[in-house]
Design a protein around this ligand. Sequence first.
Ligand code: NAI
Length: 462
Amino acid sequence: MADNKFDLIVLGGGPAGYNAAERAAHEGMKTLVIEERELGGVCLNEGCIPTKTFLYSAKILDYAHHGDKYGVTVTGASLDHSKVVDRKNKVVKTLVSGVGAKMKGAGVTVHRGTGVIKGKSADGFTVVSGDETFTGSKLLICTGSEAVVPPVTGLREAVPEGLAVTNREILDIREIPKSIVVIGGGVIGLEMASYFNSVGSIVTVIEMLDKIAGPTDAEISKILQNNYAKRGVEFKLGAKVTAVSGRKGKGSVSYEMGGKTEKVDCDLILVSTGRRARTANIGLESVGVLTERGAIKTDERCRTSVPGIWAAGDVNGRIMLAHTAYREGEVAVADMVGKADRVDYRSIPSVIYTNPEVGSVGETLDSAKRAGIDAEEHTLALRYSGRYVAENEGGDGIVKIVVGKAHKNILGVHMIGSYASEIIYGAAAMVAREMRVDDVRRLVFPHPSVCEAIREAMFSIN
Ligand code: NAI
């Protein structure tokens, strides 16, 4: 096979792309990954991982500040944000080189550059990057997503000005802003609001909807909001941002709320109003791949409208989470080699890494109702867990179980409280395996643990 001829070309080396490439190579396919930035994509370089390093430092600071409740007094605790950024860079570098080593180990070729699909020939799909041309019998598109900066007066101009930043630039600022306005109270907005609140910024979150945390169960999102309001985060809900003005260190955001226009001054603005699939300028039209609302249309096997082309990760606009991307990459490769597999979108967990953490999987009562499922929900306070009480003075965490009325099958589990991010995978298994309440009652959970609350909640269901 000629050097530039591959069995599979993967466009984009993020979680979907690099994971799929490794699998494909293990299946014996000669595989190429084309990546224009760093391997690891948004998740590793400017998303999941860097934000977790920030939040971990903030958590240590929070522990120090609030240790009194637990009989520990720490005086003089402080955080050096520049050191946090240095550590973040070190963590990212380590993990990115780990992905590179993975690719090398699996025998995957990595090409640095922007790939553009140019059509199909007898040799397969043609992808051009700079002055190189590659062909692949199969194509997997994993070009990810990018932040949306809404067309608010002055906002787009505020980005080059340094007054407004997205999830990318905020990770490299070296000084803690005295005040920050977060536009959009979704996952990125809340995680960053959490960090900047912990490290001493005055934080205002402006959210268009009447609740934070998007599709999260309404009661849980209210508990999260109350926790942050108590810590001093200001929430403007049902608020529409109308204009942004000023410069870095001296800006202001105007918004309409309840029929009135108000203004808040700030040093910095974080724009976290959602992300859109990166489908532009990659040559989709040259092969006729269909998109829907800007994202590549795929089925549960990650097939696109064109035989021989699959798409995985944020670019398909389904569930923009790295772990969804991993799974989609695997399923796409399985489909390429004729193995039956599919993505079970019902049982994909989601987590908000705030403090307290939120973990959710499956239907909420509302989403079940909308889907016409006859369901009921059962809520248990986490203070039923001894470990939770031992570790959370005044904690108000809960776990909610959503079950089908007829068969008492577990449709969803939603939790706010410590370890929710780690516990939720067990609940995802319950949803994926369509377990019933009785099945979970018979499982043995470790004691004392916070996850026991899930089992306990099962006993409150008749
Ligand atoms: P998002 O979709 O989670 O939230 C955006 C929020 O902005 C929504 O609540 C929306 O109502 C609001 N909004 C939109 N336009 C607005 C405007 N003009 N004014 C005020 N509010 C406005 O998007 P986000 O937070 O940017 O996250 C993007 C993606 O990254 C999501 O798909 C998310 O799943 C993923 N992500 C996941 C994380 C995790 O799993 N822990 C962490 C960070 C990001």
